[in-house]
Design a protein around this ligand. Sequence first.
Ligand SMILES: NC(=O)c1ccc[n+]([C@@H]2O[C@H](COP(=O)([O-])OP(=O)(O)OC[C@H]3O[C@@H](n4cnc5c(N)ncnc54)[C@H](O)[C@@H]3O)[C@@H](O)[C@H]2O)c1
Ligand SMILES: O=C(O)C(=O)C[C@@H](O)[C@H](O)[C@H](O)COP(=O)(O)O
Ligand SMILES: [Zn+2]
Length: 365
Amino acid sequence: MMSRQELKVNISETKRSYPIIIANNISSQIGSLISDCYRGNKVLLLSDANVSGLYGAGIVSSLEKAGYQVLEYIIPAGEKSKSYHYLRKGYDLLVDNNFNRDNLIIALGGGVVGDLAGFLAATFMRGIPFVQLPTSLLAQVDSSVGGKTAINHPAGKNMIGAFYQPEMVVIDPVFLKTLVPREFKTGMAEIIKHGLIADQGLADYLFERSKNVFKLEKDELSHIIYRSCQIKAAIVMEDEKEKGKRALLNYGHTIGHALEAVTAYKKYNHGEAVAIGMLGAVRLANSLGLLEKSDLQFTEELIRLYDLPLGHQEDPEAIFTALFRDKKVKNDSLRWVLIDRIGNAFIREGIDHSLIKRILEGLLC
Ligand SMILES: NC(=O)c1ccc[n+]([C@@H]2O[C@H](COP(=O)([O-])OP(=O)(O)OC[C@H]3O[C@@H](n4cnc5c(N)ncnc54)[C@H](O)[C@@H]3O)[C@@H](O)[C@H]2O)c1
Ligand SMILES: O=C(O)C(=O)C[C@@H](O)[C@H](O)[C@H](O)COP(=O)(O)O
Ligand SMILES: [Zn+2]
């Protein structure tokens, strides 16, 4: 990893901007870093049991050295914790400890912790500040940036949430050394998504360098984290609230979220479901005559190279029904994010339902 890199996310609607800081070992300075954006004395450190066991003490120590009083909120690891139950427990903790709008929440963890902490921050007293300190690859390249915060509903992913931007995103790639391979690969799915929708150069780079990426080579890791944050930040700056272009970041998520919901968030992790969804989307585009076979094959090979799943074992009818809970649905009509070449995405609606069902059946394996 090169020395410190920094990006700015400018949100024009609210005239706010926040930094994304990327550097090895930067998390050890979290206490002094947050003093740039936070004048209060108390911090709620929200984390999950795995991450807290590995990194909680170090982060608490950095915060305490900088003079902050730290209250820890540790949730069980896994998607099931992105729920009303753990949100409610968070509110109770904040109330019992007299937190108010002058206080700060820090999300130390993967996307589950970040989405839950962000929604807690967005809704407690109509909004208190929060900082993202992402520890999974997925969170470092996607979920910590852009301010989508949410909990799940049994019927659908992220059904209850808010757009609420953090004060700062602090990315320390050193955290990734302890990530298990399955969770590393899930993050790769969102990076692949960024290449497919916006940057052929990134997609080619991933194709050529998969071996180095898996070995956590510093240069490769640095490049794909920085480029992913840059691609995502640029889209969010244009369209914070998903009135248009931001929907492209949802590539692969129409089928992906449906798969997660029909399996009660237990079987596929988010990136795996998105990988299957991206396969469905390229096959759909190819069947509609919008995408060359060579680009379809390139995408399949890329997903295979990163050892992501190439199909599902669920009931296609159940997935089809769940598709209609997608947030992109308008007037009961599904809106698909498709690509017509590697690096260029667009929205298409009015696709024949029988073709969609055939695609879902074709993904059975
Ligand atoms: N808000 C957004 O824009 C956005 C974008 C993409 C995904 N998401 C959401 O993010 C969630 C998925 O995030 P995720 O893949 O990070 O899942 P996660 O938060 O469940 O983390 C995955 C696993 O890795 C562990 N972990 C995290 N960091 C670790 C580390 N450094 N070392 C060892 N273990 C570590 C966690 O404890 C967990 O078991 C989903 O709920 C998805 O919907 C949100
Ligand atoms: O930031 C976005 O916009 C995205 O769509 C990024 C996705 O990777 C992410 O999974 C997001 O949480 C999905 O949002 P949703 O609005 O479909 O729930
Ligand atoms: Zn996603």
